[in-house]
Ligand binder design. Structure first.
Ligand SMILES: [Zn+2]
Length: 272
């Protein structure tokens, strides 16, 4: 059964063709999504309407553009339309939408830990976080800025130009911790991103590819790539989807230290 995604003409014009393609493409079409109006879930076969929620008082200080969220609703709860609102209104109604990522419990992010080829006979360990939020800055020009990416860049993460060359070091103090119980290289565990204050920003269960943990045990570090909605179909599209997201300028990254907590990591560390 195929989902119909209702997008009104004024919503489509405000979103721009690239966002419309994403909202009707594989990034979203097979996803279970939540209704902004009633909080109920819409399964993959159910039709959805796209709401553009424009928050007039959340303004980018550099561009003057207000912030818009592309959200879903049951067509019966609300047709596709532009909803103009304010930050206090949203907070009053929903709790802080802007910090939804922090408040959701773990299932707001898809994660993969694997190794990527440089194409020059070597490979590097990489962790990929793909946030399930879709936040765009509303701007008058053709360019819609991915707020996940621009927000992360403001912390010091680097825009990733290609996968053959790993990005530079991530912002100081950010690090990953992987906690696992069994010694086998591909044993599942919990991967946590810690901020400079030691607070857990993101925690997610991961079954790493079999070369990731051995690579990290040797180097003590990994590349971390972050973006939104680029790992939704890792099993089928895998690296092609990641490369497409990199080409679209929607992935940021950096090298971060990794603490491995579990058996089977007693490999001599390379000197740095
Ligand atoms: Zn609804």
């Amino acid at each position: 059964m195929t989902r119909t995604v209702h997008i009104a003409a004024d919503v489509a014009a405000a979103l721009g063709p690239e966002q419309v393609a994403r909202l009707t493409g594989p990034e979203w079409i097979d996803q279970r999504v939540q209704c902004w109006e009633c909080d109920g879930w819409m399964e993959t076969g159910e039709d959805v309407a796209v709401l553009l929620v424009r928050v007039t008082d959340l303004v980018d200080p550099d561009t003057g553009a207000s912030t818009s969220f592309a959200l879903h609703s049951h067509p019966a709860c609300s047709p596709s339309k532009i909803l103009v609102t304010t930050d206090p209104e949203i907070r009053a109604r929903r709790g802080a939408l802007a910090t939804q990522r922090d408040e959701d419990e773990g299932d707001d992010v898809d994660a993969v830990a694997t190794v990527l080829d440089t194409g020059r006979g070597s490979a590097y360990p990489v962790v990929m976080f793909s946030y399930r939020t879709e936040l765009i800055a509303d701007s008058p020009g053709p360019e819609r800025v991915d707020l996940v990416v621009s927000g992360l860049m403001s912390f010091g993460w680097h825009l990733v130009g290609n996968l053959a060359n790993p990005p530079g070091p991530g912002p100081a103090g950010f690090r990953l911790r992987f906690t696992h119980e069994r010694p086998a290289p591909a044993s599942p565990g919990v991967l946590e991103l810690l901020d400079p204050a030691g607070q857990v920003e993101t925690a997610v269960e991961v079954t790493p590819g079999r070369y990731w943990r051995p690579g990290v045990a040797i180097s003590g570090q990994t590349v971390l790539l972050q973006g939104s909605r680029y790992l939704t179909d890792w099993e089928r599209r895998g690296r092609a989807a990641v490369k497409a997201a990199v080409r679209a300028g929607s992935i940021v990254g950096g090298i971060v230290p990794v603490e491995l907590r579990g058996p089977g990591n007693d490999v001599p560390r390379a000197r740095r």
